[in-house]
Design a protein around this ligand. Structure first.
Ligand code: NAD
Ligand SMILES: O=C(O)C(=O)C[C@@H](O)[C@H](O)[C@H](O)COP(=O)(O)O
Ligand code: ZN
Length: 382
């Protein structure tokens, strides 16, 4: 991207850089349009001499892999590509084995890197492969969905799904670099853009009420593209980077990033990870609304905040109620079973991220499962 100095001396087209401070595992998130064409140069600066095992799904490979290949070649970086089917079911044991064996078969060294070009599915799977091959290879994230640019490419959570639940097998393994080309979002479907937006809103609802209010005012501009979109992505990355720097392996505060996920992951499991019914960001949108309504029901949050959150998601085209998921309505027992497999369960007790109002989320341990079941019974039978 060429640099242009505007009237105020600011570099108008320069990418936004957000740092993730983790001592010797610190790295930069580079955000802006056109970063894809600079990928080779930027990667060579951070990982000189490393070869890349490039992993992408079929959709993203068809759209954007050629340009990445040109950029890597121009920078003298050797690479092999591995293409997987698109969609949540790709985060499987079978695909993990395929990818791991391809990397080993390609004679990649520990100091070489796995490069994930794609959404959160590819980032989580490729990241996990990089965490375990040779006990940990280098890893580069090139997120191509909104969700991946604001959330999954940052913070080092990697993994796959088990038939028993979301992300139940994985590792913390930080990338060395995150390159988020915001122009790639122009090819993302409106539905997937909206799904990623749910995770953007999440940061406002956790502890940045002013960001949530800004999103209420700027939602249409963010969906249209341009500066508002880049600003929203950068703010989300700053928010996530701050939490990750404080609590890399989720011993405490990082659990806040799971707002809406205890319910959301259970809904994804009951929808069988079927994208025609529910994708992750949609599950998060419904889950966040449930967390706000549950908090209101428990008398923790002021009346009206849950409705405000729901109105914002609905305006963005996102579902807010379990009944909006197409297909068979999940059974209470199935949902409670999935909730019982949540990774935040401690000594058998449930943990939820609840809220005292917009921007006032907190981690509640020892949540009474009977209260959750009563609440869900009402939600399932409105
Ligand atoms: N590791 C983390 O911290 C973290 C955080 C949030 C979510 N996640 C995980 O991320 C996954 C969801 O990520 P996602 O929403 O990106 O899903 P995804 O990777 O399935 O991508 C969504 C869809 O968009 C397509 N796509 C991606 N980029 C595109 C582009 N530029 N143009 C056209 N199509 C494009 C993909 O092919 C796919 O069909 C879930 O598995 C979730 O559990 C992980
Ligand atoms: O980075 C985190 O921490 C998150 O919780 C981000 C979530 O948006 C993401 O979906 C994550 O994969 C969920 O983590 P999990 O530990 O609940 O599987
Ligand atoms: Zn998520």
């Amino acid at each position: 991207m060429s640099a242009v100095i505007d009237g105020n001396g600011a570099n108008a087209l320069a990418p936004r850089i957000v740092g993730v401070s983790l001592a010797e595992r610190s790295y930069e998130i580079v955000i802006g349009p056109g970063i894809l064409d600079e990928a080779g140069r930027r990667i060579a600066e951070v990982l000189p001499g490393a070869r890349m095992a490039v992993i992408a799904d079929e959709t993203v490979a068809g759209l954007h892999l050629d340009r990445l290949a040109l950029s890597l070649t121009a920078a003298g970086i050797g690479f092999e590509t591995m293409i997987l089917p698109a969609g949540e079911t790709t985060k499987s044991y079978d695909n993990l084995i395929t990818v791991v064996e391809r990397i080993i078969g390609g004679r990649f060294e520990r100091g070489d890197a796995v490069l994930a070009l794609g959404g959160g599915v590819i980032g989580d799977l490729a990241g996990f492969a990089s965490a375990i091959v040779k006990r940990g290879m280098a890893f580069v994230q090139m997120p191509t969905s909104l969700l991946a640019q604001v959330d999954s490419s940052v913070g080092g959570k990697t993994g796959i799904n088990s038939p028993q639940g979301k992300n139940l097998v994985g590792a913390f393994h930080q990338p060395s670099l995150v390159l988020a080309d915001t122009a790639l979002l122009d090819t993302l479907s409106p539905r997937e853009f909206a799904a990623g937006y749910a995770e953007v809103v999440k940061y406002g609802l956790i502890d940045r009420p002013e960001f949530f209010a800004w999103l209420e005012d700027n939602r249409e501009a963010i969906f249209a593209g341009g500066e508002a979109r880049i600003a929203a992505i950068a703010t989300a990355c700053e928010a996530k980077a701050a939490v990750v720097a404080e609590d890399e392996t989720e011993q405490g505060a990082r659990a806040l990033l799971n707002l809406g996920h205890t319910f959301g992951h259970a809904l994804e499991r009951t929808a069988r990870y079927d994208a025609s019914r529910l994708v992750h960001g949609e599950g998060v949108a419904i889950g966040i609304c449930l967390a706000h309504r549950f908090s209101e029901t428990l008398g923790l949050a002021p009346k009206g905040d849950a409705a405000r959150v729901e109105a914002h998601f609905a305006a963005a085209g996102l579902p807010t109620r379990i009944g909006q998921i197409p297909g068979e309505t999940p059974k209470l027992g199935e949902l409670m079973d999935a909730i019982g497999q949540d990774k935040k369960v401690t000594r058998g007790t449930l943990t939820f991220i609840l809220t005292r109002g917009i921007g006032r989320a907190f981690v509640e341990r020892k949540v009474d499962p009977d209260k959750v079941a009563e609440f869900l019974t009402r939600e399932l039978n409105p």
